[in-house]
Design a protein. Structure first.
Length: 78
């Protein structure tokens, strides 16, 4: 679960499908944890970050609220 899904082996994909089917909240949390994309454009990265903040808010997962607040508090440094 610590790897990006594009780097999973075939058996890891199969196990993830089974796990996510049984625990849909885990699938949502995994998706939220994958916020980083390779981009060199700061504006594009900040736009992705804003969309991530909105997804965190909509899901209501309290575990991500601390991360979201930390990023918001230091947003001007980005």
């Amino acid at each position: 679960m610590y790897k990006n899904s594009s780097n999973w082996t075939a058996s890891q994909k199969t196990r993830a499908e089974l796990l996510f089917e049984k625990y849909p909240d885990l699938k949502t949390a995994y998706g939220l944890s994958q916020i980083f994309e390779n981009t060199k454009d700061k504006i594009f990265g900040l736009a992705n970050l804003a969309r991530w903040h909105e997804r965190v808010r909509q899901t209501g997962f309290k575990a991500f609220n601390t991360n979201s607040r930390c990023i918001q508090n230091h947003y001007e440094l980005l």
